[in-house]
Design a protein around this ligand. Structure first.
Ligand code: HEC
Length: 218
């Protein structure tokens, strides 16, 4: 029971920790928008093409992701699903975990919840934060994750487009990772709006009814 309470407390504190980290690193706010389906579609494309060689997102199934992002199943299967032929499968990495650990010193972690644990601003800062450093084995270091074990896998992209374009693509990728960490978020926010509206509208007759009931009580 004590362990459970400690776990709950830790989970509740996660956003606080993420906030504290952002404040300390002076991270730029990630320009994300979960209602922007086109940005999410660009984000998932970047993710499957550049990240899933090493990273999995095992809590996400292709089918749910395709439905949420408005991508027809046949299009998803053809363009986004490389390690399986079943749309209902979870998004698993192409690389075996133990080999990856041998090559990079650290196994690439599952990224399903990364944006939730680290915060969107951290992820955006990380993706845009690689810089050349001769002392590192892969010749790159990272501003928000010093001495990171991950190579700068988007080096070719960063070198081939303008700075603004690269940042905009990293915003799309971050947007997708935020969606992935909480697929229900956009829906929850929409629902919250209607629930609050309902409560306010219901409040009006309730207020008058209350006045009516108590009118003659002195
Ligand atoms: C070549 C393999 C490889 C590829 C490809 C790769 N990564 Fe990584 N990534 C790693 C490794 C290894 C680590 C662990 C680094 C460490 O702990 O020092 C890591 C760590 C991370 C982390 C930090 C996780 C955490 O919270 O500690 C994030 C976020 C991340 N990767 C995102 C991405 C994204 C997004 C892409 C695609 C653009 C990507 N990675 C592509 C190998 C890879």
């Amino acid at each position: 029971m004590k362990k459970l309470i400690a776990l709950m407390a830790a989970l509740l504190l996660l956003p606080v920790v993420a906030f504290a980290i952002s404040a300390e690193l002076k991270l730029e706010p990630a320009p994300i928008n979960l209602d922007d389906k086109v940005s999410l579609q660009r984000g998932v494309q970047l993710f499957v093409n550049n990240c899933m060689g090493c990273h999995s997102a095992k809590y996400v199934r292709y089918e749910r992701m395709a439905d949420d992002l408005g991508i027809p199943h046949d299009v998803a299967l053809k363009n986004l699903v490389f390690t399986t032929d079943k749309i209902g499968d979870p998004m698993l990495a192409a690389m075996p975990h133990d080999l990856a650990k041998k090559w990079f010193g650290t196994a690439p972690p599952d990224l399903s919840l990364a944006a939730r644990v680290r915060g969107a601003d951290w992820v955006y800062g990380y993706l845009t934060g690689f810089y050349a450093d001769e002392k590192r084995p892969f010749k790159f270091n990272n501003h928000v994750f010093p001495d990171v074990g991950m190579p700068h896998v988007l080096q070719h992209l960063e070198a081939s487009v303008s700075k603004e374009e690269f940042k905009s693509q990293m915003a799309d990728l971050t947007n997708f990772m935020v969606y992935m960490a909480e697929p229900i978020r956009a829906e929850r926010e929409r629902l919250g709006f209607w629930v609050l509206g309902f409560i306010i509208i219901l409040g009006i007759p309730v207020y008058f009814l209350n006045r009516e009931y108590w009118k003659d009580v002195h």
